[in-house]
Every structure is written in C-alpha cells, then in structure tokens.
Design a protein around this ligand. Structure first.
Ligand code: SOE
Length: 371
C-alpha cells in the first residue's frame, strides 16, 4: 500500500487528538494509503521529543520551516495556536503539501484569504478541522435535512457552553490573548456552531452580536501575583439571518458553570425538528409531525447504516470525541486520493471567518452587519 507521510506542527491538546486519528484510521477504515506519522514539530526540544515518543511519531523537530520543506512529507497538519496558522499553511502549500488545519482557520479574514489563495494556487488539498461535522449523529442530521424530512427550515439554535475559566484565578493562557487566539469564545467555540449552522442550514448573510468579557485581568501564570489583561470575549452572543429566510442564534460562553463541553443545536422545520448535544453524542433527538400524539424520540446513531459507523462496533457500542478526528482524517485522505477538495475546505474557513468578523463588527456598531 502506498504511504502518506504526515508532518504535524504542534503537539498539545489538538496534537494528541490528531495523532490518535492518524494512528487509528487505517485500523478501522479502508484507507487509500497508509498514513506514516513521520515528524512532529514543536518549539521546545525536550517537550517535542517526549511528544514524539508518547504520540507515536518517528521523528521530532523544532523547526516548522524545515519540516514543511522536506521532500518526503506529503501532508502538513497544523495544530498550533491561530496566530501561526497562516504562515505555516502558506509555506506548506508553496512546498506542494496538502494541508489540514485546526479551527478557526486564522485570526483574521485577511489571513484566511491569504491561506485560501496559497492552497488554491498550489493545487493542493485543504481542509479545516471542524470535527463535529463528523459525529455520526450530526452527519445523520444533515442527511435527514437533505432528504427533506424536516420540510422547510425555520430555525437554527446553537449553544456551545463551557465553564473552564469561571475561576478568576485561572491564568491568562494563550486562548485568552487576542494576539495569539484572535478572539475568545467566539473563535474557539462559536466557530464550531457557525460551521454546523452553515453545514446544516446554509449561508449566513447578516448578524447582530454582543461580546462580553467578565474577568478583565488574570494571573500571568498559575498562582502568580502578576496580572495580565484578558483582551478577548468570555461570551459571544449572536443573532443570525440565513439565505432563504431561516433565522438563528448562536450563544458561546466559557462561563456556564456545570456545562463542560455542551455543544448543542436544534433545527426546526415545517414537518419536524431535530436536536443534538455533544455530551450525548451517540444520540439524535428527532421529532417528525405525524398527528396529535407525535413526540420527540431518541435515535441511537450506532448502526452500521449510520454515517461512519460501519468502521466501528456492533449497534449500541458507543463511540466518543476522538472518533470525530479519525473520521476527519479519513475524509481528508479519501479526498487526497480522489484529487478533490473535501469540506469544510479553506473556502469554508474563509466564510466562517467572515461570520466571526461580522459578529465582532455588529458587537461594536450595536447594529445588524452584513457578512
Ligand atoms: C477549548 O475551548 C476547546 O478545546 C476548543 O478549542 C475545541 O475546538 C473544542 O472542540 C473543545 O473545546
């Protein structure tokens, strides 16, 4: 079987998730090639060597520039904070590598457009890792909507709630720095809800928004007395208008105590509704209007006929968060083999970034803004 040599830049939370996906994909799905975890890249030599050992990479490097230029690398997988995505992706594309990039695609619309231009000019395959599209229950929701089972769509309601920074003593990590992360809850988690909204319902044309920062200064390091400013949003609220008259909302916050990773949405149409919550990710709530006693029912999305489930276990044997990354790299590999661009592509990444940008503009103008 031919080999697909992967270089991964970054090795922390997302690096761990992506490494697992590259290692597992060929063991559960028929892949067109065999992924080789060739080299992992990070800034600190000791840490990247440790990561290579633990995550299963053949080699490690402290230079992403040298890594993306290597002749034996086919794919560059970007798992770094947002401020470095554009430079790495552009260099990788220029070197002729296919690029998989963590979300949000970039920190600004201009950077995202620069990345899209580079991958398009180079003719390489590109994809943004919005992994939640590839939860089987979410892919089933898409299938049901496309089949017209919900009828004409009226509403999308997205909630992405976390609580990991409620404590004011939680340090000012990179995700709370605009220069590194671009924005706060908006880019980190509302971007997932916006991607799901675009995937399931269609393009967003206009937004109203509000951004709130509850804790404006935090310890620079755990336990340190030195404070650093928080210049990103802790919570991001938006009203959305879609092409075709659907209306929606997205609320994203890291201050919803008790909600650890509550990524949920509901779609309402003229014939039915569906609802999903990542914390019960093997289930889809489905309501189809069938007369006076119709009610929501829970579909367990674990049968071989459900999206992606043919690769895993017998019905009822549930899957988890990490599987969504395995499905993502599977679809990326199939697209490389077939010479097509998968979704979400960098073009989707640019469109997502434009919605994030419009929410920021709307929050400061206090009025509706066009995307
Ligand atoms: C942290 O807020 C985070 O890991 C996000 O960065 C991910 O994109 C999301 O999937 C889970 O939460």
């Amino acid at each position: 079987m031919k080999k697909l040599n992967v270089a991964m830049i970054g090795h922390r939370f997302m690096g761990k998730a992506h490494s697992n996906a590259w290692r597992q994909v060929g063991r559960f799905f028929e892949t067109p090639s065999e992924p080789v975890l060739k080299v992992v890249c990070g800034r600190d030599r000791q840490e990247v060597e440790r990561a290579a050992r633990q995550l299963g990479w053949e080699e490690s490097s402290t230079s992403w520039q040298e890594t993306v230029a290597r002749a034996d690398i086919d794919v560059v997988d970007i798992c770094t904070p947002g401020d470095t995505h554009a430079d790495i992706a552009v260099a990788a594309a220029r070197a002729g590598k296919h690029v998989l990039c963590e979300k949000p695609l970039a920190n600004t619309v201009a950077e995202a457009e620069r990345m899209l231009a580079a991958v398009t000019a180079a003719g390489v395959v590109h994809m943004v890792c919005h992994n939640y599209r590839r939860v089987p229950a979410v892919a089933l929701a898409k299938r049901l909507i496309e089949e017209g089972r919900l009828g004409r769509l009226y509403h999308f309601r997205g909630l992405y709630l976390q609580d990991w920074i409620v404590d004011p003593q939680f340090p000012r990590v990179w995700r709370l720095e605009k220069a590194k992360a671009g924005s706060g809850a908006l880019g980190d988690i509302a971007s997932h809800s916006i991607d799901l909204a675009r995937y399931l319902v269609g393009e967003i044309t206009e937004v109203a928004g509000h951004l709130q920062t509850f804790i404006k200064e935090r310890p620079l390091r755990p336990g340190s007395g030195e404070l650093a400013p928080v210049d990103v949003d802790d919570a991001a609220l938006s009203l959305l208008k879609f092409e075709g008259g659907v209306v929606g909302t997205v609320e994203a916050t890291r201050f919803a105590l008790g909600r650890r990773n509550h990524n949920s949405f509901e779609v309402n149409g003229s014939k039915g509704s569906l609802a999903f919550n990542l914390e019960r990710m093997n289930e889809l709530e489905l309501y189809i209007e069938e007369g006076p006693d119709s009610g929501f029912r829970t579909v367990q999305v674990t049968d071989a006929r459900h999206p992606y489930m043919q690769g895993w276990w017998p019905p009822g044997h549930i899957i988890g968060y990490e599987h969504t990354f395995t499905h993502t790299v599977l679809d990326f590999m199939l697209a490389i083999d077939e010479g097509r661009i998968p979704s979400p592509s960098f073009e989707d990444g640019v469109k997502n970034q434009k919605v994030l940008d419009a929410v920021e503009r709307a929050a400061s103008s206090r009025s509706w803004e066009r995307v």
